[in-house]
Design a protein around this ligand. Structure first.
Ligand code: ZN
Length: 365
């Protein structure tokens, strides 16, 4: 059931406009069986006639024998009502609204195309009730973007579709459930008290006005799988201020903890020094009273020093030995391969020779 029809002389008729957008009267088409001008569907070019739905909404209906392929034919009353609501909201916001606008090459057809008063901006408002994959809705969005047209997909379904947030989109309450029609998902505001984003419900008319007026814009929120949400610049500023305040608070907290830790360390050091002073003072007093204690202590200290020096020397010597060994092990590989056997056997012979000689000389003659 299209809202538009093509007139042979006047072009596109729009049933949502009082004068059909062409300075014509609805009555000229409605219930004028014999003499009415022939008008056709903009999608399939099949004949259509003017009709009123039960809530007295004007639309065009295909004449009998319509082709099954026409997409406008399959649109439900809910789809129809949502288009009407969007067109009304766009016009209330001071923009032009055209229904069922198709690209010249038929690569897209917008349910409602909003055009700014100066004609420089266009935004498609799409009522999406049927199932569509995320990939398909993204590619349809890209087709609009390629022509400099922004878009907002609107779902009036009870359950939020899985493409919500993957493209510029909103969910409204099911048609006729809430009057006037209201956005239930897709619009968020930042709550500084809670420190998080909260979903905002708003009348569709107000939302459309904000979007077209640039009061709300898209932000990508969420860390793992960011989603596109509509929000106000005021909310973005509130979020930025809140994040800056939290960072400052964390920094101050960290600095305070660091200060406390340093103070505790200084206190512990001071106590240790006090205890050491106390110990030395007690020792000196005891040694003054009994000089033997001092001689004994000095003797102990001297022995302890000797032990420490010996231990250090042993460690040093062991290290030097192992370094020498390492050098000897590495040495053959640095020499030319031809002299390998000579160099390898040389030290052994060098050691063996004096031993043999000493044995010989020590033998009784
Ligand atoms: Zn059609």
């Amino acid at each position: 059931m299209p809202f538009t029809a093509v007139h042979p002389d006047f072009g596109l008729l729009d049933a949502t406009l009082p004068d059909l957008g062409c300075n014509l009267r609805w009555a000229d088409f409605h219930r004028q069986a014999g003499s009415r001008p022939s008008i056709v569907c903009p999608e399939c070019a099949w004949g259509v006639h003017a009709k009123l739905s039960p809530p007295r909404v004007r639309f065009f209906c295909h004449d009998p024998g319509r082709p099954d392929t026409c997409t406008l034919r399959h649109e439900s009353m809910d789809h129809h009502m949502l288009k009407l609501e969007m067109a009304g909201a766009i016009r209330d916001a001071g923009w032009y609204a055209q229904l069922e606008v198709a690209a010249d090459d038929r690569s897209w057809r917008a349910d409602v195309m909003a055009t700014s008063p100066d004609g420089t901006q266009r935004m498609a408002w799409e009522a999406q009730l049927s199932r569509i994959t995320v990939d398909d809705i993204r590619s349809r969005t890209e087709r609009y973007t390629a022509e400099g047209i922004s878009v907002c997909w609107v779902s009036p379904n009870q359950t939020s579709p899985d493409w919500i947030g993957s493209v510029p989109s909103i969910c409204v309450h099911p048609v006729e459930r809430v009057r006037p029609m209201a956005v239930r998902e897709g619009l968020v505001g930042f709550d500084p008290q809670k420190g998080r984003w909260v979903v905002r419900e708003e009348r569709l008319g107000q939302f459309v006005r904000w979007v077209l007026g640039g009061t709300v814009e898209l932000v990508s929120l969420g860390r793992r799988a960011p989603l596109l949400w509509w929000t106000s610049r005021k909310s973005i500023r509130a979020r930025d201020a809140w994040e800056a305040a939290r960072a400052e608070q964390e920094r101050a907290q960290f600095a305070a903890e660091e200060q406390r830790r340093k103070e505790a360390e200084a206190e512990a050091r001071r106590r240790r020094e006090e205890m050491e002073e106390e110990r030395l003072r007690a020792r000196d007093e005891a040694e003054k009273a009994n000089p033997a204690l001092r001689y004994q202590r000095e003797e102990d200290e001297y022995r302890e020093q000797q032990r420490a020096e010996l231990a250090a020397r042993l460690v040093r010597e062991r290290k030097e030995r192992s370094e020498r060994w390492a050098q000897q092990e590495a040495a053959p590989s640095l020499r030319p391969s031809g002299s390998k056997n000579v160099s390898a056997s040389a030290p052994r012979g060098g050691i063996a020779f004096p031993v043999n000689r000493s044995k010989a000389s020590s033998r009784p003659s």
